[in-house]
Write a protein that binds this ligand. Structure first.
Ligand code: RP5
Length: 163
């Protein structure tokens, strides 16, 4: 079974991470969910990142707010793909989280989804895994088809209401 780690900087990030957990479940992807802080538990962050490959983790999602260095720190210690999920947790509407995640120095990329974009973080992880797991690729294709169907139905309904 493919495995993704979801790491959050604080348990207060859990609500933003819930859609990530749910979508991974929907795609039958195992999720290891952890609370690890780059600032408050730096040794844990180091140990987690260093042992991720041995623990069969294939993609790491890092959710954090404010000075959101978690993704960058984890990415510094592992060659695995890291997805940053900026959390809107402060007075700056999450722009602080977004910028501190996305502005990585050359050589250490962190992919980044929208502020509070928990669903997309999970979907992006599935898409990365799809390259290796054909069943996931098929499920992702079906997911996109059903999403398009839903929009088409909504459009048809709207046209009927308006015309
Ligand atoms: C970050 O600081 C966490 O990721 C969280 O989004 C934010 C606030 O943390 P708490 O003060 O709620 O623990 O490290």
């Amino acid at each position: 079974m493919p495995k993704v780690a979801i790491v959050m900087g604080s348990v207060s990030d859990l609500d933003v991470v819930k859609p990530t957990i749910e979508i991974l479940k929907k795609f039958d992807v195992e999720a290891e969910v952890r609370v690890i802080s780059a600032h408050r538990t730096p040794d844990m962050a180091h140990d987690f990142a260093k042992s991720a490959i041995d623990n069969n983790i294939e993609v790491i999602i890092c959710a954090a707010g404010k000075a959101a260095h978690l993704g960058g720190v984890i990415a510094a210690y592992t060659p695995l793909p890291v997805i940053g999920l900026p959390v809107k947790s402060s007075t700056m509407d999450g722009l602080d989280s977004l910028l501190s995640m996305v502005q990585m120095p050359s050589g250490i990329p962190v992919a980044c989804v929208a502020i509070n974009g928990g669903l997309n973080a999970g979907l992006l992880a599935v898409q990365i895994l799809s390259v290796k797991y054909p069943t996931l690729m098929k499920k992702m294709q079906d997911y996109k088809i059903s999403m398009a169907e839903k929009i088409k139905n909504e459009d048809e309904k709207l046209q009927k209401e308006l015309n």
